[in-house]
Design a protein around this ligand. Sequence first.
Ligand code: C2O
Ligand code: CU
Length: 506
Amino acid sequence: MRTRREFLTSAGRLGLVAAGVGAIVSRPRGPVAAGAPRTIDLEAREIKWELAPGKAIKAMTYNGQAPGPTIRAREGERLRVVLKNSLSEPTTIHWHGVDVPNAMDGVPGVTQKPVQPGETFTYEFEARPAGTRWYHTHFDEHRQMDLGLAAPLIIEPAVVEPMAYDREVTLVFDDWATGTGRPVPATDAGTAGGRGSAGGMMSGMTRGGDGMGGMMGGRGMGGMMGGRGMGGMMRGADEPAYDVMSINGKSYPATEPLRMKKGERVRLRLLNASAEHTHVLRLSGHRLAVTHTDGNPLEAVVEVDALPIAPSERYDVVVTANHPGAWFLHCTQPGHVEAGERMLVVYEDHARATPPEPERGITSLTLWGYGMGRGRAVLPVPTGNARNVVLTLSGGMMGSDVWTINGKRYPDTDPIRCQKGDRLRITLRNNSMEAHPMHLHGQSFRLLSTNSTRYAEPLVKDVVDVEPHMGSAVIEVIAHNPGDWFFHCHKPMHMMGGMIALVKVG
Ligand code: C2O
Ligand code: CU
């Protein structure tokens, strides 16, 4: 068994490159030079993108690929990213999960002016903290992100993490509205999780969710209230009809197979760039050992059979190749496999094996839930005051596209004010029929509880999926990055509908 450090060394010697999304525009080379930024060029432009044979769309891309090129950096490395806007409309880039200076955060009208067609804008920041981060447009996300303007940003830790794996692959999951197929049912009640619920399609699974085991959790209610069926009816009038699911920009059968060698440990960096859908990911025949939540390390790995991942969440998992054959890595959500969300995972010498069809109506599987992981304490220690805020999330009634925080739509929502060093506790209550993956810019937070279950060793995340039908979550922000930061639902239609508050760190 090799350690990661040994692997990195041998990978360097053999010239191996981490596989995954398209071409890697940039990898760190040699030690990080103090002060001298590395320049990376990104061009936002429209191209025709083929998701699968017969499914070509007019996409918006970074450097002509969807998802855009993976940026790899060393923790603390200074990056200078020059964005050229070759679209026919304005755009910006947000560095999701990165502690950038406020002026580099990419929020039009708050931290910068939109970058107009033909213009360039230079983003400069230190890549930190380490982990699976990403970047995406923050202008008209409901169109631009939907059309492909998103990509991974992998920050390698300055100090090697104590975890063993042999190589890594990044997988970006995305939903597309192409008008070529049957729309996939909306994700609403009961998916992001199965985090402690008995919602329809999850029934029979064992959940470690909110520490409630497989019993009735917060989500049970979702099932009773109609869950998914109702959600379909409640779809907002302008919500796109997603009909294609992709992995790294390709939809099955065009997804690229992952080849594995018996005995190797493959780290998968999973990123959900979908606008609307939560995926519940499964690699048939294998377990997934969860190591990181939104890029931040756990104290110990957690083995599960399937992993719910809400829009904008990331999970790192390690798969041990101990079951030779051919398999599918796929989503277990209804309709997702049919929409193309699967890829072949095939062992050396098993190229001709036939993989078993993705499981349907799976039972007795252990699903990841927020209550199962013990987060490592990587955030700064608070030095200031404690503040408490309660935010009630509502909207979407009778199919409306209005989404509110404490009854108000951004920009009329009340800003949350605090000082650097303060400990800000935000209680989120979801009064609506859909889950809301709430994301804070500029700093990660600790997830203290969900649905009233407190966690002794909180996960560190930058997005928390708040369950529908009176689901709740409490997060703790150690305000360490000054500026005006967006705190919003990462479903672009909800964000556009008003579900945004500003957190002002003075
Ligand atoms: Cu990925 Cu404002 O977010
Ligand atoms: Cu939402």
